[in-house]
Design a protein around this ligand. Structure first.
Ligand SMILES: NC(=O)c1ccc[n+]([C@@H]2O[C@H](COP(=O)([O-])OP(=O)(O)OC[C@H]3O[C@@H](n4cnc5c(N)ncnc54)[C@H](OP(=O)(O)O)[C@@H]3O)[C@@H](O)[C@H]2O)c1
Length: 244
């Protein structure tokens, strides 16, 4: 931890992408609860941002649109905590998914996330005292869940980019953290009959990990269990996911 910047949520100015529903909406609530000074609630359709808290600033942002990223970075020039939450799961099985479906997942989960990081770098670099980025990845970043193989590939690529950015950004006093949730009870996996954690619990645990400065955040019981297995044996982790 020595020499590393650790974000205090209290008083921070946060931006959450994809904040109109699911985990993003829960992250906005958790940030307010934890004392954030301002939260930019970014969404493709800002009319779907419903919070009435005066600290919430709705912000139009489709992460696949470079001109919207540039406009958001101009409008939200005081961000100190950027949470890249927006994501899609379109492509399912790699043998049956169309290339277009896989490209959709990569467009948002990989290239959109990277483009938001790049667009906000000048903002984060001038944050007084330091800044933090959280990339919401997935347990599927660490080993493929074959039923969602295309999505897993996109989340693995986004993890690789997160690792690539880490040493680059640390020199600029920007920490980049990765969250690896297991299944969350949101629209994304509504058709999967598996145990899921509530978005509120995952959001609180992500912020707790940020406050501890954890590079790798495992924010729910399944994530902690699988994270421990991954640390011990990536091969056993792969086999466990393959048999689900
Ligand atoms: N649910 C899970 O089991 C699970 C597990 C691990 C990780 N995750 C990750 O958690 C994050 C949140 O997912 P969720 O479960 O909350 O899913 P969700 O309920 O489907 O919500 C996805 C959010 O991302 C937004 N989004 C999608 N593409 C976007 C784009 N190009 N630009 C801006 N916003 C975009 C959506 O906006 P619209 O309303 O406009 O579509 C929506 O707000 C994702 O990164 C996901 O991969 C989810």
């Amino acid at each position: 931890m020595k020499g590393r910047y650790v974000m205090k949520i209290q008083g921070s100015v946060a931006l959450v992408t994809g904040s109109n529903r699911g985990l993003g909406k829960a992250l906005v609530s958790a940030l307010l609860e934890a004392g954030a000074a301002k939260v930019y609630a970014a969404a493709r359709d800002v009319s779907k941002v419903t919070s009435s808290d005066p600290r919430v600033v709705p912000l139009a942002l489709d992460t696949s649109k470079p001109e919207q990223i540039a406009a958001a970075a101009r409008a939200a020039g005081d961000v100190t905590l950027l949470i890249n939450n927006a994501g899609v799961s379109t492509s399912a099985n790699v043998l049956t998914a169309s290339q277009g479906a896989m490209e959709t997942d990569f467009r948002t989960n990989v290239f959109g996330t990277l483009a938001v990081v790049k667009g906000f770098l000048p903002v984060l670099e001038r944050a007084p005292g330091g800044a933090t980025i959280v990339n919401v990845l997935s347990l599927a970043s660490l080993g493929s869940f074959p039923a969602l193989g295309g999505y897993s590939a996109s989340k693995a690529a986004s993890y690789s980019i997160t690792q690539a950015l880490r040493p680059e950004l640390r020199g600029k006093r920007i920490e980049i953290l990765a969250a690896f949730p297991g299944p969350i009870d949101t629209d994304m996996v509504k058709d999967l009959p598996i145990p899921k954690t509530s978005p509120a619990d995952v959001a609180s645990a992500v912020l707790a990990g940020v406050a501890r400065g954890e590079e790798d955040i495992f924010p729910d019981p399944m994530a902690q269990q699988m994270g421990a297995l991954w640390s011990k044996s990536p091969k056993e982790y792969e086999r466990a996911f393959a048999s689900m």
